[in-house]
Design a protein around this ligand. Structure first.
Ligand SMILES: Cc1cc2nc3c(=O)[nH]c(=O)nc-3n(C[C@H](O)[C@H](O)[C@H](O)COP(=O)(O)OP(=O)(O)OC[C@H]3O[C@@H](n4cnc5c(N)ncnc54)[C@H](O)[C@@H]3O)c2cc1C
Length: 306
């Protein structure tokens, strides 16, 4: 039996693994793809403390992985397909074997919902972004389009006005879904153009974004906005497929609720990183969650109150 199994080798899982291995817990980190998580898909990270010049997403997680492995963390390439969690037993079923553990940390992350249109895949990381906090500063004095009409889209569009010379907020309806206060705020910003009744149909460009083609849903007319950045905020999906039939508590969007020590509703099962219900999903918050979850798991295994 393992002391601790961690599911998902993104920044949260790698940090939990580092802390747990350093605390000499018998720990295994299970990952279905290459270790690294979402940040592998980004070219450049400039808001993770300690790297004033920034660094690539790959290098950041490669450093985290090597650091954890230096303390003996075992990372195994396995997909977890089912969990059997009772107060007495924690069983983790993978595509290769069934394992048992004293404590479990869920770090399965999340992923931004895609538009699914031509050009999106090719230009992701080359002008197409799903994170204004991460990439906004790269668009200083440039024109950008934001796709979406909910709170996140409006908040991120407002944030982008700090950098961009013009922000087009493209929405498929003729009114925003965002709260009234946010609507008032965005409408008062001169740099913002609201583009109503429009859906994106193609992102134009080869080496970088040159524009976005929009279809007016009322007239079927196609037009092109000349922008250098396209920010997509049409939803963010938690990787919670393993969890939905179990007695966890979820927020309205399907993210797992924990207390401040990362404890979920099931004793001895912790959640950290983007899978967790919280207001900021970033590498820095994921690593903080991961450290806390490992420390709390250690206390749980030792029989202390978490
Ligand atoms: C394009 C992009 C750019 C970003 N840029 C920045 C940035 O500049 N700065 C910043 O701070 N943040 C950035 N972020 C956000 C940051 O990447 C996330 O907040 C962070 O990766 C969350 O870490 P995590 O460990 O919680 O989850 P994730 O990184 O999502 O990792 C989860 C891992 O779990 C694995 N997994 C899931 N289910 C299973 C299963 N059943 N079995 C085994 N493994 C499983 C997944 O394969 C994945 O590797 C960016 C995100 C994106 C998408």
């Amino acid at each position: 039996m393992e002391d601790l199994i961690i599911i998902g080798a993104g920044p949260a899982g790698l940090t939990a693994g580092l802390y747990a291995s350093r605390a000499r817990l018998k720990t295994v980190l299970l990952e279905k793809l290459a270790p690294g998580g979402q940040i592998l898909t980004t070219d450049w990270v400039e808001n993770y403390p300690g790297f004033p010049e920034g660094l690539s997403g790959y290098e950041l997680v490669d450093r985290m992985k090597r650091q954890a492995e230096n303390f003996g963390l075992k990372i195994e390439g396995k997909e977890v397909v089912r969990l059997e969690l009772t107060p007495e037993k924690k069983v983790v079923v993978t595509n290769k074997e069934t394992m048992e553990t004293k404590a479990l940390i869920l770090t399965t992350g999340a992923s931004p919902r895609k538009l699914g249109i031509e050009g999106e895949g090719l230009l992701t990381g080359k002008g197409v972004s799903y994170c204004a906090t991460c990439d906004g500063p790269f668009y200083r004095d440039q024109q950008v389009a934001v796709i979406g009409g909910g709170d996140t889209a409006v908040e991120e569009a407002i944030f982008l006005t700090k950098f961009a010379s013009r922000v087009y907020l493209v929405h498929r309806r003729d009114e925003l879904r965002a709260t009234k206060l946010l609507q008032e705020r965005i409408k008062a910003i001169e740099k913002v153009n609201l583009v109503w009744d429009s859906v994106p149909v193609r992102i134009v460009g080869q080496a970088g974004v040159e524009g976005i083609e929009l279809k007016n849903v009322k007239t079927d007319e196609i037009s092109t906005l000349p922008v250098e950045g396209v920010f997509v905020f049409v939803g963010y999906d938690p990787s919670n497929a393993l969890l939905i039939d179990l007695p966890f508590q979820f927020d309205d969007f399907g993210f797992v609720k924990t207390d401040g020590n990362m404890q979920t509703a099931i004793p001895g099962v912790f959640a950290a990183g983007d899978i967790r219900s919280k207001i900021l999903r970033q590498v820095s918050t994921a690593v903080g969650d991961g450290a806390l979850a490992a420390f709390a798991a250690e206390r749980y295994i030792e029989g202390h109150q978490v």
